[in-house]
Write a protein that binds this ligand. Structure first.
Ligand code: NAD
Ligand code: UPG
Length: 327
């Protein structure tokens, strides 16, 4: 089976991608430094332990595994940390991705699938966010991702590094078999934080801001199931292998949910009260981020099958109750 180098394969989304790649007939080779990932999450193919900034380790990985493509998930992605320590983000995400791209080109691997984010768009009042929306990120995390997108375009022009860029909206849910799931430490994402609060594993959820210009005052996001998201990556890989042109795709459903709506849905799915309090706004949060594009559906043939809010919460809830990583 052809190898795919999966950076960040020990993390939340990367581990689900490894499972999807295996199912699609590829061998996922995880490349990870375990800064936020988990050894227990590497289940579907070989592991190379290494850092994105370690060019020698990357060269060895390309030489040994001869991947047909790179799927690049490895990054730091905490908005709050990016605001207080931007250098860490420019170093890990941008310098690390640059080293990875240089190693890929040197290793003759010129198919590259990249995890970008709708956080690159920033704040656009009442604007539908499609792939042509100007990118004006609000924080160093989004800025680091935009910079990597720019580097990819330069590397294609100069070195033929063909790429698919996926700008994710909010990724949620877990593998329905609960073989892998979301396990961030610290956890900051709304749905797992809420489920942990229901389980009594943490204090009540704090709603970060109730004075936004939205119908119920809380932020609106577009949630997409992690299994649908990684299915799109497999389609993106096929797209590149078919020789199609480099392309950017939003990955979202086009339906926005406020924080209060997510709380209501969790109450219904878990049949439990959600302990919560109302707090101030969190720095760096945009009011509303909803995908306005159907490009991935129309061009890639992507069909999200699991991305209803009830399904995402149910799968996350199953994982919270039955799965976890310890190392
Ligand atoms: N979770 C979301 O909602 C979301 C939304 C938009 C974009 N993204 C992007 O998706 C990707 C995956 O996110 P996730 O939620 O799975 O994160 P995660 O923290 O669970 O996984 C990231 C993985 O990358 C590894 N890593 C980080 N820096 C590394 C380095 N220098 N060298 C080697 N490995 C390194 C970590 O150890 C971890 O296993 C990231 O690029 C993130 O920016 C995530
Ligand atoms: O304890 C919490 C956690 C979150 N929220 C709110 O819930 C919404 C969703 O927050 P979160 O789950 O932290 O996701 P985002 O901040 O929207 O960021 C995620 O989604 C982005 C794309 O939108 C990605 O780029 C990031 O990597 C990913 O962390 C936001 O309005 C938050 O203010 C709360 O009110 N309380």
């Amino acid at each position: 089976m052809p190898n795919v180098l999966v950076t960040g394969g020990a993390g939340y989304i990367g581990s689900h991608a490894c499972k999807a790649l295996m199912a699609a007939g590829f061998t996922p080779v995880t490349y990870d430094n375990f800064s936020t990932g988990w050894r227990d999450a590497v289940k579907f193919g070989p592991l190379v332990e290494g850092d994105l900034t370690d060019r020698a380790a990357l060269d060895r990985a390309f030489a040994e595994h001869a991947p047909v493509a790179v799927m690049h998930f490895a990054a730091l992605s905490l908005v709050g940390e990016a605001m207080s320590n931007p250098g860490k983000y420019w170093h890990n995400n941008v310098a690390g991705s640059l080293t990875l791209m240089e190693a890929a080109v040197a290793g003759g691997c010129t198919n590259f699938v990249f995890s970008s984010t709708c956080a690159t768009y920033g704040e656009h009042d009442n604007v539908v966010l499609d792939e042509n929306t100007p990118q004006s990120p609000l924080n160093a995390y989004g800025a680091s991702k935009r910079a990597i997108e720019d580097m990819l375009r330069d590397f294609e022009a100069a070195h033929g590094l063909r790429h698919v860029i996926f700008r994710y909206f909010n990724v949620a849910g877990a593998d329905p078999d609960a073989e892998v799931g979301e396990h961030h430490r610290p956890e900051t994402h709304l749905i797992p934080v809420m489920l942990e609060a229901i389980q009594g594993k943490r204090d009540a959820l704090t709603i970060h801001g109730t004075d936004y210009d939205t119908p119920d005052g809380t932020c609106i996001r577009d949630y997409v199931h992690v299994c649908d998201l990684v299915d799109a990556h497999v389609l993106g890989l096929t797209w590149l292998q078919d020789g199609k042109a480099s392309r950017v795709f939003n990955l979202g459903t086009g339906r926005g949910f406020s924080v209060r709506e997510v709380i209501d849905a969790s109450r219904a799915v878990t049949n439990s009260e959600v302990p919560y309090s109302e707090g101030p706004r969190r720095a760096g949060d945009a009011t509303k981020l909803v995908s306005g594009s159907t490009r991935a559906v129309e061009e890639l043939g992507w069909t999200p099958k699991h991305s209803t809010m009830a399904r995402m919460i149910a799968d996350a809830w199953r994982w919270q109750q039955t799965g976890s990583y310890t190392r």
